[in-house]
Write a protein that binds this ligand. Structure first.
Ligand SMILES: *[C@@H]1O[C@H](CO)[C@@H](O)[C@H](O)[C@H]1NC(C)=O
Ligand SMILES: *[C@@H]1O[C@H](CO)[C@@H](O)[C@H](O)[C@H]1NC(C)=O
Ligand SMILES: [Zn+2]
Length: 547
């Protein structure tokens, strides 16, 4: 092993043993430059004195500069960390997005658009810290406990929707904001009754109680209506079980109830477009654009006339809330979730995930642009509730030692998600009348074509096709595995992981308490502190009223 391959900080010879050559090499290693050294003992002594003097002076200068800089920073943060008057807070959640999702999406984007390796995501430029995500019941949290940490600032058990481990409700930052005169909104790409949005404006023991969550979201709740603006999916929970589009167990018509409470209701893209991105929107407002989840971005972009993108919903909400608070001395609190990054992780589908992350990145940029133009001081804070999938950007496929790489170009060739392919396959099976052995050849032909046209996979193996034919019920996982292997993307679970997740902000000075590594509950506490709202008072009110 040659000297400059040795690790920098281990096995360095002590100075007694080192000769001039060693010193020169050490300096070269530490400074990156080769140094010429005079020889002879007298010269060395002189050199040491000069070096000592120089080091002493340099240290003094550094200390003085550091003190000055620190002073300046402290004054800055005192003057601007929390605005004194009216303010807006936008909280973004990238559900299930861990640090590897960022690395994967960044490389994918560079590959797809021919960008240099220094090209980064908008998110990358706003990273300020990391959040530790465990819940009260497990080292690996679910979205419900994760969002309860944000909404209530407290740890709870997996499955809890703003309910504490002792099964009492905890007030949320959104409820406290509403009570103190802020306008509030929730924007998601999943069902609005799913765990993350639910935690901001409802209280149930288990996330599965989505009928009850829908009830509470429109104000059938001791606190009355607390959400002024809702945009997302999950329409079926709001329709009575007497209609075919319903997924409720009872015959309540929540759309009708919401209208009676004064909500404006829309359920399609055409009506959404006629809102002129927010200007024509009257609060309170309920916009539900899909029976359940809004399709993955990778699929949605081909159905642009049916479903709005996350960025469009975010822009609409920002405009509407800003307009609605124009003459108020209080601003707004808006939660925007990139909900389905998580679903792509559960499905182990890397092509679907990179498009979800990019879509979230676009929405993040939209919020930044809004903040730049907005008169009222506004802050954007974003984080994830947990990582999903145990994603790794590299994968060993064989027993032989792997090369260090993965292939973003494989993802760039996919035009649809594994979920979409599985649906197409299921419809195909349902439509084909005869399914005897003689049709296996035809089915393989169909699957090859499907994979080629929609996933960019030209080399499906006979084993892969046989698995798809033998187990059509897990086709989505098989399709996802087919593309993951070719991209050499690895997954360790279809569930969540305990990885620390990133924290982002539009402004690291205002969000200074979140710089560094934090417990997820500290994110929740920061939200209420920054808005200066009394969440504990809401907790007391909830306990009194739910007794
Ligand atoms: C619909 O809900 C009502 C209660 O509201 C229930 O009695 C009825 O059985 C439900 N019908 C179906 C088909 O589930
Ligand atoms: C991507 O698709 C093109 C054209 O269909 C094909 O020639 C190419 O081999 C594919 N690349 C990868 C990495 O799959
Ligand atoms: Zn989640």
């Amino acid at each position: 092993m040659s000297r400059n391959q040795e690790p920098l900080l281990s096995n360095r010879p002590s100075s007694e043993q080192s000769n001039d050559n060693d010193l020169a090499e050490e300096d070269a290693l530490l400074t990156g430059e080769r140094v010429q050294r005079p020889s002879g003992n007298d010269k060395i002594k002189w050199r040491e004195w000069i070096l000592f003097g120089w080091a002493f002076a340099a240290t003094a200068v550094v200390i003085v500069l550091a003190v000055l800089y620190q002073n300046q920073k402290t004054t800055q943060s005192h003057s601007s960390s929390t605005p004194s008057g009216k303010r807006n807070l936008i909280f973004m959640v990238s559900d299930g997005m861990g640090p590897t999702s960022l690395s994967m999406t960044r490389s994918f984007r560079q590959q797809q658009y021919g960008l240099p390796y220094g090209d980064i995501l908008v998110l990358d430029d706003h990273l300020i810290g990391q959040s530790r995500t465990r819940s009260s019941s497990s080292l690996v949290t679910d979205s419900a406990a994760g969002a309860t940490a944000f909404s209530c600032g407290k740890k709870s058990y997996n499955g809890a929707i703003s309910i504490l481990p002792d099964f009492t409700p905890c007030g949320t930052v959104l409820e406290a904001a509403k009570k103190e005169g802020y306008m509030t909104g929730l924007v998601v790409t999943t069902r609005i009754t799913d765990a993350t949005p639910a935690c901001f404006a409802s209280h149930v023991n288990l996330r599965q109680e989505e009928d009850l969550i829908a009830d509470q979201l429109i104000g059938n709740h001791p606190l009355g209506h607390t959400v002024d603006l809702i945009l997302g999916g999950g329409r079926c929970r709001f329709l009575p079980n007497t209609t075919s589009a319903s997924c409720r167990e009872d015959s309540k018509d929540l759309v009708e109830e919401a209208k009676q409470k004064g909500y404006t209701y829309i359920d399609n893209r055409k009506d959404f477009d006629s809102l002129q991105t927010g200007n024509g929107l009257k609060l309170p407002f309920l916009g539900l654009f899909a029976d359940e989840d809004i399709p993955y971005e990778i699929d949605r972009r081909f159905e642009d006339d049916t479903y709005p993108a996350l960025r469009e919903m975010a822009e609409t909400a920002l405009k509407a809330l800003s307009a609605a608070t124009k003459n108020s001395d209080k601003g707004f609190f808006l939660m925007i979730e990139g909900s389905r990054i998580d679903h792509a992780g559960h499905g182990n589908d890397p092509a679907a995930q990179v498009h979800e992350v990019l879509s979230y990145d676009h929405a993040f940029q939209s919020v930044l642009s809004f903040i730049e133009k907005e008169q009222t001081p506004s802050l954007l804070v974003g984080t994830s509730d947990h990582e999903t999938g145990g994603l790794s950007a590299a994968r060993q496929l064989h027993e032989t030692y792997p090369e260090y790489l993965w292939y973003p170009e494989v993802l760039a060739n996919a035009s649809h998600s594994a979920h979409w392919l599985a649906h197409a396959y299921r419809d195909h099976l349902a439509a084909s009348t005869s399914r005897g052995d003689g049709d296996k050849k035809k089915l393989k032909h169909y699957l090859r074509k499907l994979l080629k046209e929609h996933m960019g996979v030209h080399d499906a193996s006979s084993t892969e096709l046989s698995t798809l034919i033998a187990q059509p019920e897990i086709a989505s996982y098989v399709f996802a595995d087919i593309i993951s292997r070719r991209a050499q993307i690895g997954w360790s679970t279809h569930g969540h992981s305990a990885a620390d997740v990133n924290i982002y902000a539009s402004d690291s000075v205002s969000a200074k308490p979140l710089v560094g590594n934090h417990e997820n509950t500290e994110v929740g506490k920061f939200l209420r502190d920054w808005l200066d709202v009394d969440v504990d008072a809401v907790t007391k009110e909830l306990r009194r009223k739910s007794r």
